[in-house]
Design a protein around this ligand. Structure first.
Ligand SMILES: Nc1ncnc2c1ncn2[C@@H]1O[C@H](COP(=O)(O)OP(=O)(O)OP(=O)(O)O)[C@@H](O)[C@H]1O
Ligand SMILES: [Mg+2]
Length: 214
């Protein structure tokens, strides 16, 4: 099993969007996938409730009170964390994860708080000792914008692993209402957008991520 933690205490940076999309990408790739929700708002579990029966199945895990052992046979586990999660809780979640994904938005306030979070993350023993990989994914990027350029410079400065960027598209919000992701859609626009995810999925798989895409 590969488990992925999506974390950044900064609210609204795209943790749930990324967690639900990764889970859907894995599930559509034919992998038995679980999505663990540690957020009291239970956004992932709500998304799963809205998910049509015909969509690729994802097992929902309620980890709000405690992290539990995932059921047998799960090949991919995606863990969504809450905004304002404390570093102590992040540390416990990092223990459960093979890889950590940190979304970051191109805004001044987001960069400042992400910088702060990265400093704390780097102090955690498994990360300090280079045993747990973590990467930054730029979210809601408008290509060519000044904000995007600032975000690029920020990532270069942090020296963190960069796994590409996801563009700012209203469809992410639209599919969320239906318990779906762009990986569940079979149209040209979705196929184009899925390409944004290849570096991130490839990073997680440490192999050929394209095999999981539609
Ligand atoms: N790439 C994107 N393009 C457009 N909208 C996006 C994108 N990513 C996220 N959003 C929207 O931004 C809002 C916040 O995203 P999301 O809920 O995933 O963030 P979060 O980090 O989980 O927030 P919280 O800290 O409250 O848990 C949502 O309305 C979502 O649809
Ligand atoms: Mg969330």
């Amino acid at each position: 099993m590969i488990s992925v933690l999506v974390a950044n205490p900064k609210g609204g940076c795209g943790k749930t969007t990324i967690a639900t999309h990764l889970a859907a990408a894995f599930a559509n790739g034919g992998l038995r996938t679980a999505l663990a929700d540690t957020d009291r708002q239970r956004s992932c579990l709500g998304w799963l409730k809205a998910r049509p029966e015909t969509a690729a199945p994802i097992v929902g895990l309620d980890w709000v009170k405690a992290m539990k052992k995932p059921p047998e046979g799960i090949a991919r586990l995606v863990i969504d964390s809450a905004g304002s999660t404390r570093i102590r809780q992040v540390r416990d979640m990092v223990r459960q994860a093979d890889v950590i994904v940190v979304p970051v938005l191109p805004s001044a306030f987001d960069l400042t708080s992400t910088e702060h979070f990265l400093a704390k993350l780097r102090e955690l023993k498994p990360i300090r000792r280079n045993r747990k990989p973590f990467a930054l994914v730029r979210n809601r990027v408008r290509q060519g914008s000044r904000a995007a350029a600032r975000l690029d410079a920020f990532i270069e400065d942090t020296n963190a692993r960069d796994v590409g960027w996801l563009s700012d598209r209203t469809i992410y919000n639209e599919v969320a209402w239906q318990g779906l992701s762009i990986f569940d859609l079979r149209n040209r626009q979705a196929a184009d957008m899925q390409r944004d995810w290849v570096p991130l999925i490839r990073y997680i798989e440490n192999a050929d991520g394209e095999a999981l895409l539609n």
